[in-house]
Design a protein around this ligand. Structure first.
Ligand SMILES: [Cu+2]
Length: 395
């Protein structure tokens, strides 16, 4: 895409890949050895600390994510150096494809987000193994310190997943609209603004903590603000489609689905940015619905579109259009049947992270509908085998 023969530092690139594969697969292999992390993906102390999660599960988890953190950091170095130093003559930064811009901004975001979680997880390992007290308020530590460090990574992480998706969309649309993208400069500036603003939002994951209320309102404003650069990109894409000659092949269908689903997830995101609304629906299925609309809409649908779009380039063969459409419509319908009811269940107060509920709550039919929908795209949330740390602590 930038006219170079290879990436900068090919060995570093390979190393980053192999430790990612190792760390990533060990997290899953841990299930087979009954030693998988069981304090949620966010691993809040004190739940994940030595007192409430004895044994090796969290140690193993924290060590393995360190591998993926290192891998991401190394890969960011490779991408940044490749884009800055190895472009072909004449391939100036204002000519590189928007996908390359998306990956460049993603790489910079990784550089600032990953050290935060690497620090947090290392401190967690030390609290557990050598009895430091970073997260232990009883000895002068602070449990909220974890939440700050974790979400300072965790919110940009959402955009790390989402921004390559924006790059896919910007690659697919010009091809099937038969015209160059509308507003290249605005798109680039929006990407950079997204990467930058992503660091000012982390406290919206902590509205239920005892942080001062005035501080929380700043994060409400910032969370609403980040909708602007995404909206600019959506308008540029719509303008491109509007003025183009459209060819509705499978990749473009995934792009249109992305618009529908991501905008809905963005709308519930704006709602959740408000402290008062968020406090009402905190830890309910409304949040679960929101995060699936933004992440599946913002990353998985573009990824499928990109797969259908680039498969002929990888293999030299076109894919059949008819099964592609079937697969698209099944996925689109299944996704909405699975996740739309969760908005309603959340507003009715159904809590997250509890695997069952009493029949008199009246949530059964929407849950059944949601389960049926989940089977359609073939994904299925398996009931958590065994007892998780949260339930243990509750007992
Ligand atoms: Cu966030």
């Amino acid at each position: 895409m930038i006219g170079s023969r290879s990436v900068a530092f090919p060995r570093l690139n390979a190393y980053a890949y192999w430790i990612f594969l190792f760390g990533g697969s060990m997290i899953y292999i841990a299930f087979a050895f009954n030693s998988a992390g069981d304090a949620g993906w966010f691993a809040y102390p004190p739940l994940a600390g030595p007192e409430y999660s004895p044994g090796k599960r969290i140690d193993f988890w924290a060590q393995m994510i360190t591998f993926t953190e290192v891998s991401a950091l190394l890969e960011a170095v490779v991408i940044i150096c490749t884009v800055f130093k190895l472009r072909a003559p004449g391939m100036t930064l204002n000519r590189i494809p928007l996908f390359v811009w998306a990956m460049l901004v993603t790489a910079f975001t990784i550089m600032f987000a990953m050290p935060s979680v690497a620090l947090a997880s290392t401190m967690m390992i030390m609290d557990r193994l050598v009895a430091t007290h970073f997260y232990n308020p009883g000895e002068g530590g602070d449990a909220l310190l974890w939440q700050h460090l974790f979400w300072f990574f965790g919110h940009p992480e959402v955009y790390l997943i989402f921004m390559p998706g924006l790059g896919f969309i910007s690659s697919i649309i010009p091809t099937f609209a038969h015209r160059p993208i509308f507003g290249y400069t605005a798109m680039v500036l929006s990407l950079i603004a997204t990467g930058f603003l992503a660091f000012g939002l982390w406290v919206h994951h902590m509205y239920a903590t005892n942080i001062p209320e005035l501080g929380k309102s700043f994060f409400t404003a910032a969370s609403i603000l980040i909708a602007v650069p995404t909206a600019v990109q959506i308008f540029c894409w719509i303008a491109t489609l509007w003025t183009g000659r459209l060819n509705f092949r499978t990749p473009l269908l995934y792009v249109l689905a992305f618009f529908f689903i991501l905008v809905m997830g963005g709308m519930t995101g704006l709602m959740l940015a408000s402290v008062s609304l968020d406090s009402q629906v905190h830890d309910t299925y409304f949040v679960v619905a929101h995060l699936h609309y933004v992440l599946i809409g913002g990353a998985v649908f573009p990824l499928f579109g990109a797969f259908y779009y680039w498969y002929p380039k990888f293999t030299g063969r076109l894919m059949a259009e008819r099964p592609g459409r079937w697969s698209f419509w099944l996925m689109f319908a299944g996704f909405n049947v699975a996740f739309f009811p969760m908005h309603l269940l959340g507003l009715q107060g159904m809590p997250r992270r509890v695997y069952t509920y009493q029949p008199e709550m009246g949530w059964a039919s929407l849950n059944l509908l949601s389960s049926v929908g989940a089977f359609i795209p073939g994904g299925r949330h398996l009931p958590h085998a065994g007892e998780c740390a949260a339930q243990r602590a509750q007992r």
